[in-house]
Design a protein around this ligand. Structure first.
Ligand code: F1P
Length: 349
């Protein structure tokens, strides 16, 4: 399988149910390496590329369940314009990096700890990586380390692992228990996900790709757009879903392909938006917990993930079908996602 173009990436995408199960096993009970309580004060999630998008989703999840003030920032901002950031005494910072060697992230976390004396954490797939030298505490998912340049299972596994901290800190036993069911839930829809990803490529021959998501789905929408760029070498643009009406819809036409990640709570707003963009000629693929409020007027293809897992615990399930889409789209264009153009696994300055 790995001799085929994209074979390594496909293997890593496909391994997610087992890898999630291993991550959960290692982090259950006393295996969770961080104090369950969050530090007091404001949290800052710092990451580059895919890890920035992960930071965005995590900041939203943490805010939603703990009520703590949280934000996400690319490490480059903390290097280029640190004076623009208010870094209160009580600030705690989490460096997010699959490799733990991205220069910007390592430097930013080092500055947080050594120059500003803030409490620091590291989220990574490589225990003992350079970034951890500047972290007071480390959360690692080595089971999800990857050979591929593009990040797939590392994203969902770090999302799963870090969300656990938010659920522990807020005493949300229901969400912790729900996470345990994720590997099985993903396996149970896997064949349909593979079919839907192929069908999205074959039926719609996507051109101008835009991705939609609100709240914690926005970081995921950014990540889906990045998979299209990195794997298929095609332009793509993420939006907070309803922002699309505020200008960007001017370029919507029959070449537009919308990948819409739908929330459970905002379905009325989001379904109305999809109907509007379809009326402009766009093709729409909706990925959601259920097909409630959706039919042919709103979407050309609907991927249903199931609502057995509550939404905040279910978020890692949103990605695999979009990762498969990026892979199939790349292969249909003669690209090899195992060797993405112009990219390296780590950006070092
Ligand atoms: C990962 C990253 C990837 C991206 C690219 C460069 O950094 O930014 O997201 O696909 O290949 O590296 P990190 O998570 O290891 O810091």
């Amino acid at each position: 399988m790995t001799d085929q173009p994209g074979g390594i990436t496909r293997q890593e995408i496909t391994s997610q149910p087992e890898v999630w199960a291993e991550v959960l096993r290692s982090l259950s009970g006393s295996g969770f390496p961080l104090q369950p309580e969050l530090p007091t004060g404001q949290g800052l999630f710092i990451g580059a590329g895919t890890s920035l998008y992960l930071a965005r989703s995590l900041a939203h999840i943490f805010r939603a369940v703990t009520g703590a003030p949280l934000s996400a920032v690319p490490p480059s901002d903390l290097l280029v314009c640190p004076q623009d950031y208010n870094l209160p005494e009580q600030l705690w910072a989490v460096g997010i990096s699959r490799s733990g060697t991205t220069t910007e992230t390592v430097k930013a976390l080092a500055a947080m700890k050594n120059d500003f004396g803030r409490k620091t954490f590291a989220l990574t797939c490589h225990e003992g990586c350079e970034m951890t030298e500047h972290a007071d505490h480390v959360l690692a998912t080595p089971q999800a380390a990857e050979k591929s340049v593009v990040m797939t299972r590392s994203f969902t596994s770090m999302l799963l692992a870090m969300s656990r901290w938010a659920f522990l800190a807020s005493g949300r036993d229901d969400l912790l228990e729900a996470q345990e069911r994720l590997p099985e839930a993903l396996s149970s829809v896997w064949l349909q996900l593979v079919k839907d990803a192929q069908s999205a490529v074959e039926r719609f021959s996507p051109k101008q790709i835009v991705t939609f998501g609100q709240g914690s789905y926005y970081g995921l929408a950014c990540e889906v757009a990045l998979k299209v760029k990195e794997m298929a070498i095609q332009p793509s643009e993420p939006f907070h879903s309803l922002e699309y009406r505020h200008g960007p819809k001017s370029i919507a036409n029959e070449n537009t392909f919308v990948v819409a990640l739908l929330s459970d709570g905002g379905r009325n707003y989001e379904a109305d938006l999809l109907r509007d963009v379809k009326a402009l000629g766009a093709k729409v693929w909706a990925i959601a917990g259920s097909d409630e409020g959706l039919d042919a007027e709103q979407a050309d293809l609907i991927t249903v993930l199931g609502k057995e897992i509550p939404e905040l615990a279910r978020l890692p399930m949103v990605l695999p079908v979009a990762q498969l889409f990026g892979l199939e789209y790349a292969l249909s264009r003669g690209e090899d996602p195992d060797s993405p153009k112009n990219l390296t696994q780590v950006v070092t300055l």
